[in-house]
Write a protein that binds this ligand. Structure first.
Ligand code: URA
Length: 433
């Protein structure tokens, strides 16, 4: 029977459930170019308003996954596990948990992204290390995972071409914030890595995609259901992104923070990065069958970090990718941003903080924009802490001082004060497994 995209759009617009064949033919036609952007846009908007059943979401995920290659990791012995974060400001845990888990002998094949919008990306952080090359072929990637238990690369053209096209279209048609579309987009890419297990860090709050914990939990449960239907082991943490994570947001600055944590140089502002990295590592190890319980797996993760084995694995990873960690660059200029009043820090507009990073060129406004490896923001206070007018709340860093005055204004506007004491938010709200 002939396939008419307009009939599929009309069916979804009316709220009916699409068949597997309808979803598969639509995705295939769009990826090959026989279905134009305007029809895909209309279907995306219909899905945005009408939603999708779990069965439809599963089929959409499968169709997007099979629009490209699935990495064949059958030559890598043992369990293969990855982590996916829905994105945040200062979120650098992959750079710590990857080495921890790999140092425990569990393979971590990571296909990561770049920063876009207000959030940072793992590849940009790694590329701030001079010489660090993330452009491996899939064959080199598989060999590296087999030999080192860890490798970080970017999405290659063979992986999920449907997602690349659809994501770009969603970005400009106001259809990003749809749970089935987010779920299919995330899982198609993660499943293409050929993993056995996945730990999800689903963030909520002012710096996250999902502003409320309820919405984040809904997304986490959907992702877990679909991943399980795929036969994958999965767990999820719901984590707070109402304030930046850790001491720094900015590429080389975040590498520095991770290295300091792996060297056991403790600092009050990096305790949240350390704790979240350990909790996510523990879940990854538990999925891989290590530790017996969450507490047992956490102890293994912490021992691996404290013993220096995670740092040794990170240094091995840098050598594997040609990165010269000892030459990590530092900004030539920095500028303090003072508090504008006395009080307790009540809230951060974390998204605005992230966009200030973009202004400083630590992040990118458009996918093709370059980033400045040394630019970024240092944080000096957390929600609930007291501050006096004139004390430093942030420090902006970079080689170019031009954006510093505007960054100062934006950061000052991103802070809300309270005269009453405020309790600090809980970092990990819930674990779902
Ligand atoms: N991250 C993705 O990869 N896709 C989405 O749709 C949202 C976040």
């Amino acid at each position: 029977m002939s396939f008419l995209p307009v009939e599929v759009i009309k069916k979804k617009r009316g709220g009916a459930e699409l068949t597997d064949a309808e979803i598969e033919r639509f995705i295939d036609g769009y990826t090959r170019g026989s279905i134009p952007d305007y029809q895909m846009s209309a279907l995306l908007m219909a899905i945005f308003f009408q939603g999708m059943s779990h069965a439809e979401t599963l089929t959409l995920t499968r169709a997007m996954l099979h629009s490209g290659k699935v990495v064949d990791l059958s030559s890598v012995p043992g369990f293969k596990v990855d982590k996916h974060s829905t994105g945040g400001v200062g979120d650098k845990t992959s750079l710590i948990l990857g080495p921890i888990v790999a140092a425990c002998g569990v393979a971590v094949p990571m296909i990561s992204g770049r920063g876009l919008g207000h959030t940072g990306g793992t590849l940009d952080k790694l590329e701030s290390i001079p010489g660090f090359n993330i452009h491996f072929s899939l064959e080199q990637f598989v060999r590296a995972v087999r030999e080192h238990d860890i490798c970080f690369i970017g999405q290659t053209p063979e992986i999920c071409p449907a997602d690349r096209k659809i994501y770009a279209l969603r970005d400009v048609t106001a259809t990003v914030e749809s749970l089935p579309l987010i779920c299919a987009s995330i899982l198609s890419k993660k499943l293409a890595e050929g993993i056995d297990g996945l730990v999800l860090d689903v963030k909520f709050g002012s710096g996250a995609f999902m502003k409320s914990a309820e919405k984040a939990e809904e997304l986490a449960l959907l992702l877990m259901d679909v991943a399980r239907l795929y036969g994958k082991k999965v767990s999820a943490l719901l984590t707070d992104m109402n304030q930046p994570l850790g001491r720094y947001a900015g590429n080389a600055l975040e590498i520095q923070e991770c290295v300091e944590i792996m060297k056991n140089q403790r600092h009050p502002l990096t305790e949240d990065t350390r704790e979240l990295s350990l909790r996510l590592s523990a879940d990854m190890l538990l999925l891989a069958g290590q530790g017996g319980t969450r507490e047992g797996a956490y102890r293994i993760a912490e021992e691996t970090l404290v013993s220096g084995r995670a740092l040794a694995k990170f240094e091995e990873l840098c050598r594997l990718h040609g990165g010269r960690l000892a030459e990590l660059p530092r900004a030539k200029k920095s500028h303090p941003v003072p508090a504008t009043q006395d009080g307790f820090i009540a809230a951060f507009d974390t998204e605005a903080v992230g966009y200030t990073g973009v202004l400083l060129r630590a992040g990118r406004a458009r996918a093709e924009d370059p980033v400045d490896p040394v630019a970024g923001i240092e944080f000096h206070r957390r929600i609930g802490e007291s501050v006096k007018k004139g004390e430093t709340l942030f420090t902006v860093h970079g080689d170019d001082e031009t954006p510093f005055p505007e960054a100062t204004k934006r950061l000052q506007k991103a802070v809300t004060y309270s005269l009453q004491k405020i309790s600090s938010p809980v970092l990990i709200l819930k674990t779902l497994s």
